[in-house]
Every structure is written in structure tokens, then in C-alpha cells.
Design a binder for this molecule. Structure first.
Ligand code: SF4
Length: 176
């Protein structure tokens, strides 16, 4: 039973993370480091076989690939979208940061960076102290929101509500 509750809690946390990232996607990006555009040899990328899990942070996730290079294990996330410039979308950066944290927890070594492969370019994003802290801040905000009696909608985009899997339980969907 406790295993079921733990699984449910993890699922809800991941769902919340995903929703939070989506909600933040359109906001102005501040403070995030720009990534470095690199040429990546994908021949040594191996697909993650199972989700990584952190008991300490009650966090789980499955990067698309893990790369062993330079004595480090580097998470790689593949996105089908195009990116203009060299600054990844905030939601993508935080998702990658979560994978970096999970690699750190699972393999006992903090990766110095992660990789996001967009349709048109590949970005190497440092897993800096500031990005790590931003991830912790976001996780804390989500946990606080989960115990709040009311969490207000934080966007005015009807398209999000149309696609939202939580519409049935949401008190503030935008009607179309
Ligand atoms: S239905 Fe509710 S939870 Fe879903 S996107 Fe709209 S406001 Fe957010």
C-alpha cells in the first residue's frame, strides 16, 4: 500500500513538474545560462533503459539518452522543436536539470552539463549551481502549491486548457 502511495506521489510530482514547466514556457526567461552549440557524435549515446529515481528528492524521470564521456555520465534530452538562438526554453532547461540531479543521485557523481538536442541544433547546458538552485526552488514551489487549498490559473492561453489532461479536475479551465 505504501508502495502504491509512493508511486502515486511520484506520479503527481512529475505531472506537477510537467505542468509547471509548460506554464513557464511562455514567460520571459531570466537568469538561465545560454547553452553552447556543439557538434554531438550520437554514436555513443545509449538509450536509458529505466527511469532514474531519487529517494532523497522524491523525484523520478527518464532522460532519452545517457552518454559516458570524459569520466562523466551526461543526460541527453531530445526535442522535436526548433530553437532560435542558443538559449534553451526554460522548461527544457529545468527538465534537463532534473535529469542531471537524478544522474548525480543515481551514479554518485554530479554531471557538469547536460545536452538538449533540438531539431536544428544541439545545446550543451552547464549544470551550474544557479541552475541547480533554480530547480530546487521550482520543486519547492510545486510542493507548496500541492498543499495549498487553491492554486489559481497562471495563464490566459485557451489552447493549453484544451490539451490539458487535468481539465476535468481544474476549477478554472478557460472555456472555448
Ligand atoms: S484546464 Fe486548468 S490545469 Fe489545465 S491548463 Fe487549463 S487552467 Fe491549467
Amino acid at each position: 500500500m505504501s508502495g502504491l502511495l509512493l508511486s502515486l506521489a511520484i506520479f503527481l510530482l512529475i505531472a506537477s513538474l510537467w505542468l509547471f514547466w509548460r506554464a513557464q514556457q511562455q514567460r520571459r526567461e531570466t537568469g538561465l545560462p545560454a547553452g553552447e552549440i556543439i557538434y554531438a557524435d550520437a554514436s555513443n549515446w545509449r538509450q536509458s533503459e529505466r527511469p532514474l529515481f531519487s529517494q532523497r528528492y522524491l523525484l523520478t524521470g527518464k532522460p532519452d539518452y545517457l552518454v559516458e564521456t570524459g569520466g562523466e555520465i551526461i543526460p541527453v534530452e531530445v526535442k522535436s522543436t526548433h530553437l532560435s538562438g542558443d538559449k534553451p526554453y526554460r522548461s527544457h532547461a529545468l527538465q534537463l536539470a532534473a535529469y542531471c540531479l537524478l544522474v548525480e543521485e543515481s551514479y554518485g557523481h554530479r554531471p557538469s552539463y547536460g545536452i538538449i538536442q533540438y531539431a536544428n541544433k544541439t545545446i550543451r547546458l552547464p549544470f551550474s549551481d544557479s541552475l541547480r538552485q533554480e530547480l530546487f526552488d521550482m520543486m519547492q514551489a510545486i510542493r507548496s502549491a500541492r498543499s495549498a487549498s487553491l492554486v489559481r490559473r497562471n495563464h490566459d492561453d485557451p489552447k493549453r486548457c484544451v490539451r490539458c489532461g487535468f481539465r476535468h479536475a481544474c476549477g478554472e479551465p478557460i472555456a472555448l
